[in-house]
Structure formats: C-alpha cells, structure tokens
Design a protein around this ligand. Structure first.
Ligand SMILES: [Zn+2]
Length: 210
C-alpha cells in the first residue's frame, strides 16, 4: 500500500513532495507526479507551491479515474514516442485527500502488482473537522504515515484547517470547498490553527494564504 504524508494547509506539503521526487530522480529513478483535478489553485496539470516552485504533473486524477490505468496510459504514450517501455519506480500524488476509497484501494495494484512505490500527500480533515474520504482510507491502509507539522500563530501545533469567509471562521457547509484564487479574492481562505483557537474562532491576518 502507499505511504501517506499528511499536514495542515500552509505546511509546505507540495514543496516537500517535489523535493522528495527530485531526490528520487537524482538517484536515477523514474518518477511520476500526479495531482487531483479538484486542485484548481494552479491551472491544468501545473503543480504549484506557495514559494513559486512549479512542476508539470504527468497526469491529473479525476473522480472516476483509476491511478493504475493512468500510469499504464502514461507508459504506453512514452513507449509510442521512444520505443522503450519505462519502468516507473515511484509515484507522487498531491492533494490525495480528494481520492475516493475506490481510488485508494486501487493503489494496491500500483504498489503490489506494478511494483511502484506510491507516496500520497494530503490534508487529514476538512474545515468542519471531518476526515476526508481519501485520507481516512489512507490512514487505515497506508504502509507508513508521516506528519509534516505546522504551527498556529500562538506557537502550538496546528491540527485544524480553519476556513475563513468574510473575516470569520466557518464551521459548517459543504464538506469540500475549493481554495480558488477567485474565492481568495472574495475573502475566503484556509489557515492552520490549533484546536483551541479554531474553537474560539481566533486567527491573525498574518496567516492568510497569499
Ligand atoms: Zn493557537
């Protein structure tokens, strides 16, 4: 099964993923990068970080896709171009919280049958405090679980992805609200908070997503 690396928002999760993928490539390994179609902070197949580092995803995973099939298609495409069949060593998936349970279970095919190491990066819970479907399955089935830690403005460990709308933290609504640029311009954004400040509804503007 895959490895699951989780964090709150703004913890540098995507940067960490790109760093690790780069390290694998430096060791001569063949690596695939994937993003989820619900991640629309950057257009199309662009995987972006808040510090400006960007990479192109080898494929984008939509709700009904199976990652094992997308990998096979990618291998077939490069076989047509180069005449050589790639042996993929590792797969990195960003925003893996959006995966469905079916997609997480399909990663078993990727790891066991295709012999590809899979690393899933994602958030653990929604802004309402509920686990994402993909993350709940990953927490229960992953080969290893690692946390990238982040701190609240108070210095305590941040464990909650708080959502701010019109200056106030919101606790209820549709489970998934996408952090688009347009939403940010309307004063909607996510910030990492400790549970105490999330409950109190307190945050500082210096934590806003920029
Ligand atoms: Zn706090």
């Amino acid at each position: 099964m895959p490895h699951f690396i989780y964090s709150t928002v703004n913890a540098g999760k995507t940067l960490e993923m790109l760093k690790t993928a780069h390290m694998y490539r430096e060791r001569g390994m063949d690596v695939l990068l994937a993003k989820h179609a619900l991640d629309v902070r950057f257009p199309g197949d662009t995987i972006g970080t808040r510090i400006g580092l960007k990479r192109r995803a080898d494929f984008v995973v939509s709700e009904l896709d199976l990652v094992s099939e997308l990998i096979e298609e990618t291998i077939e495409e490069s076989l047509e171009k180069t005449g050589r069949r790639r042996k993929i060593d590792a797969l990195f998936i960003d925003e893996a919280q959006f995966l469905t349970s079916r997609q997480v279970m399909d990663l078993e095919v990727v790891v066991d049958d295709m012999d590809i190491q899979a690393f899933c990066y994602g958030l653990r819970t929604t802004y309402t405090g509920q686990p994402f479907e993909g993350s709940a399955y990953l927490m229960n089935t992953a080969r290893s679980i690692q946390e990238i830690s982040c701190i609240c403005f108070c210095g305590r460990k941040a464990t909650v992805n708080a959502r701010v709308e019109n200056g106030r933290i919101v606790y209820r609504g549709e489970p998934v609200k996408i952090d688009t640029l347009e939403a940010q311009n309307r004063g909607c954004f996510y910030i990492p908070l400790c549970r105490k400040h999330w409950k109190q509804g307190v945050y500082t503007l210096s934590q806003e997503v920029s």
